[in-house]
Design a protein around this ligand. Structure first.
Ligand code: ASP
Length: 362
């Protein structure tokens, strides 16, 4: 049995058809996000919903409606989308902001359930929160009960219910719902379908032609998620790790292309991956690796020697004469550099070159 989660880019008018192409008789649960971005400057449904809650203007609600109307129309889905939207609007500002933000996933799941002729499950009734935290035990029981006699179920990710209201996980939390359903059903595999080829050695939007990491351990994935790799929510690891259910992160545009398998086996790559995130206005770049400490120290010092070199960005080339380094931390299998600027591309190049020369010399 397989649990599959589809990110927001799959739930868009042009891409919804890919979901049908991926599903097999082994798939029993489909978890969906709210309609995502169709182009770079587009705004995610979840952000529009937050905006609408804070300032309920018609043009914002219309932008949300437009996304779901086109999703239904382009894919010829037999569902009364106007009734769904009117019902959602009635509830949009009556509860808290989290309730409002959950409506995107609810609408997606209702539409996708019709599209797939599957059973719609209401996440509010199944994924239960207690004092703002998910009650896993109760939720697992609810999942098992809800699935009795069901061939294929569709559920909205990201939210659950508590005391007549709704709670959400943090952003990107549909991954957590997917992990919960995979664990509750003891699935053989948790598939997480996104618009990139799994976990890359560095952020593929910043580094050209970056390789996918074929496999890594749960802990490596968790550390990378914490370090800023947005491909999987960090809280999506523990529920499936507890039952040794592997996670496959793949690209729905090309399901048989490169992907990452997360299981108990650690990666064999010397340089596993580099991730970056901004904390309190500072850029924290983390590299996960399995170099001996002397070797990674040598590579990092090479990076600092080269620091006056030109750093190639996608859109421009900038020259840095000085890089303000706030912190430099070496721990087992991890280097963390806190700076005032993004150094991901340059650090990646230094480490990759180092890795290649390590291969040549062995
Ligand atoms: N739609 C929510 C978000 O944009 C949750 C998710 O997509 O996982 O964060």
């Amino acid at each position: 049995m397989i649990t599959a989660k589809f990110g927001g880019t799959a739930v868009t008018p042009q891409n919804l058809r890919y979901i049908k192409q991926i599903l097999t008789p082994c798939h029993k649960i489909v978890v969906v996000s709210a309609v995502g971005k169709e182009y770079k400057e587009d705004v995610k449904t979840t952000d529009l919903l937050r905006q609408y809650y804070e300032n309920p203007q018609d043009y914002v609600w219309n932008a949300i409606c437009d996304k779901y109307r086109r999703l239904v129309e382009v894919n010829g889905i037999a569902v009364d989308v106007e009734a769904l939207l009117a019902d959602a609007k009635q509830r949009a500002t009556s509860y808290g902001v989290e309730y409002c933000m959950s409506l995107g996933e609810e609408l997606s799941a209702k539409v996708v359930a019709s599209f797939l002729n599957a059973t719609y499950l209401e996440a509010e009734e199944i994924v239960r929160f207690n004092s703002g935290k998910c009650d896993y035990e109760l939720t697992y029981r609810n999942v098992q009960n809800a699935l009795t006699g069901v061939d294929l179920a569709v559920v909205g990710g990201f939210y659950g219910g508590e005391n007549g209201n709704r709670q959400t996980f943090s952003r990107g939390g549909s991954d957590v719902t997917g992990a919960i359903f995979a664990a509750a059903t003891n699935s053989t595999l948790y598939e997480n379908w996104t618009d990139v080829y799994g976990v890359s050695v560095a952020n593929p939007t910043k580094v050209h032609n970056v390789a996918t990491v074929d496999s890594m351990s749960y802990n490596e994935m968790f550390l990378l998620s914490l370090a800023g790799a947005e491909v999987l929510h960090p809280d999506a690891v523990a529920p499936v790790e507890a039952l040794s259910i592997p996670i496959k992160i793949g690209n729905f545009f090309n399901p048989n292309g490169a992907s990452t398998l997360i299981s108990s086996c650690p990666s064999s790559n010397k340089l596993l991956s580099i991730a970056e995130k901004v904390v309190d206005g500072k850029v924290v770049t983390t590299a996960l690796h399995s170099y001996p400490r002397w070797q990674i120290m040598r590579l990092v010092s090479k990076f600092f020697q080269q620091n006056t070199a030109k750093i190639q960005f996608f859109d421009s080339e900038r020259e840095f004469s000085s890089l303000k380094v706030y912190d430099l931390e070496f721990s087992d299998n991890m280097v963390r550099i806190t700076t005032d600027l993004s150094i991901l591309v340059q650090l990646y190049k230094t480490l990759i070159e180092g890795e290649q020369s390590a291969y040549f010399s062995s």
